[in-house]
Design a protein around this ligand. Structure first.
Ligand SMILES: Cc1ncc(COP(=O)(O)O)c(C=O)c1O
Length: 406
């Protein structure tokens, strides 16, 4: 039996397309269907739309249009930045510094490079979920070619000190180091915090459209002017030879419209998410025992709340909430039939039980206070029930050992 009521609290996984974005995109599915590489009128119309979107995306991060490469999404942007750079700089070094809380796409690329002989240092994120600039400085070696640290984490929302890492890279360059680049994955941060690539001091920055109320299938990589990368997709001149393949014009147009709206509504969306999250976290802390809030509270994106529920498997809680019409995520990967605890929550120093019991609630622009009330009511009922049934509860010791942190 499933609930008639539905509350979507998984906006970090994906967002619904905004009707205004769909309206901007529609003509490019029908009458303006040209291939942006075609010489005729239809092609030129599509080309003009792609150029307009490129200006929008560049503008929102303080970049120039020719520094934007359109591609299929955040995963591809991360691949192109890291693999595309590393391919060409092997003679200068084969050593990368990254963090222990990166998105699976960055983690996956680093693992592939590692198997190919690259050395990777994964910096800790400590209990608060934030990488330390001093650790980056200490990890630097003469053969470091790339630092890749995300701008904000996708599971706990913590905002990383990229500006400070960028300043460190600049200092190194000022001292004559030529072969060191900085990549940041801004997929979750975009539309939530103001991004200026020059202030951040990054050479690469990844973006994805579907986290911003646009359809899935479009993204962008910012590549600082003068930085050379090898294309992963070859066999066409598109995107200045950095990403071959016919441009996905409707998705790109939607992406442009979405970033414009995100910029215009940034404050309003943040205010609303912050208000809902505060209400939610206060109610959870008051009504549900044995919960641990993950990520430093004042350094998080406004819309993400990540909570570990002791004595409960996150996956069971997720399914129970789903039956009540509430969509959330565990942040843990299900691999070969075994539930792996979230590596991000583990990286905070939490034990396997807390990592398995972690749930991410991510609010969106259309959520309401009534949604929060409903979710907290269901949560307090469902957690109580699951704890009564849970074998984990049998090992429960004095609950005074477990602090509710916020
Ligand atoms: C931080 C981060 N990076 C990269 C990605 C991948 O983006 P996409 O789904 O567009 O491939 C995601 C998506 O969840 C993300 O949260």
């Amino acid at each position: 039996m499933t609930s008639a009521r539905r509350v979507y609290l998984d906006h970090s996984a994906t967002t619904p397309a905004d009707p205004r974005v769909v309206e901007a995109m529609m003509p490019y599915l029908t009458e303006r269907f040209g291939n942006a590489s075609s010489v005729h009128f239809f092609g030129q119309e599509a080309r003009a739309a792609v150029d307009r979107a490129r200006r929008e995306v560049a503008g929102v991060i303080g970049a120039r249009s020719n520094e934007i490469v359109f591609l299929s999404g955040g995963t591809e942007a991360n691949n192109l930045a890291i693999r595309g750079l590393c391919e060409g700089v092997k003679p200068q070094g084969r050593y990368i510094i990254t963090s222990s809380i990166e998105h699976a796409s960055v983690r996956g690329i680093c693992e592939v490079l590692e198997r190919g002989g690259w050395e990777i240092t994964r910096l800790p994120a400590y209990e608060d979920g934030i990488v330390k600039v001093e650790d980056v400085r200490s990890a630097l070696r003469a053969d470091t070619v790339l630092i890749s640290v995300m701008l904000a984490n996708n599971e706990i929302g913590t905002i990383q000190p990229i500006r400070e890492i960028g300043a460190l890279v600049r200092q190194e360059r000022a001292q004559g180091r030529k072969h060191l680049w900085l990549h940041t994955d801004a997929v979750q941060a975009a539309g939530r915090i103001t991004i200026e690539v020059d202030q951040l001091g990054c050479d690469f920055l990844s973006l994805s459209s579907h986290k911003l109320y646009a359809p899935k299938g479009a993204g962008a990589l910012y590549v600082r002017r003068g930085v050379r990368i090898s294309a992963l997709n070859v066999g066409g001149h598109q995107e200045r030879e950095r990403r071959a393949g016919t441009e996905a014009v409707p998705g790109i147009v939607a992406f442009g419209a979405a970033v414009r709206l995100a910029r215009e509504e940034l404050e309003q969306r943040n205010d609303s998410a912050r208000e809902l999250r505060e209400k939610f976290e206060a109610a959870v802390a008051e009504r549900i025992s044995d919960v641990v809030f993950n990520g430093r509270p004042e350094r998080r994106l406004t819309h993400i709340s990540n909570i570990s529920f002791r004595f409960i498997e996150g996956q069971s809680l997720l399914i129970s909430l789903d039956l009540e019409g509430i969509a959330v995520s565990t942040g843990s990967a299900c691999s070969s039939g075994t539930l792996e605890p979230s590596p991000v929550i583990r990286a905070l120093g939490r034990n396997d039980e807390l990592a398995r019991g972690a749930i991410r609630f991510s609010f969106g622009k259309d959520n309401t206070a009534a949604d929060v009330n409903y979710v907290v009511d269901v949560l307090s009922r469902v957690t109580q029930k699951l704890r009564t049934l849970s074998p984990l509860n049998k090992v429960k010791v004095s609950s005074s050992e477990f602090r509710v942190s916020s």
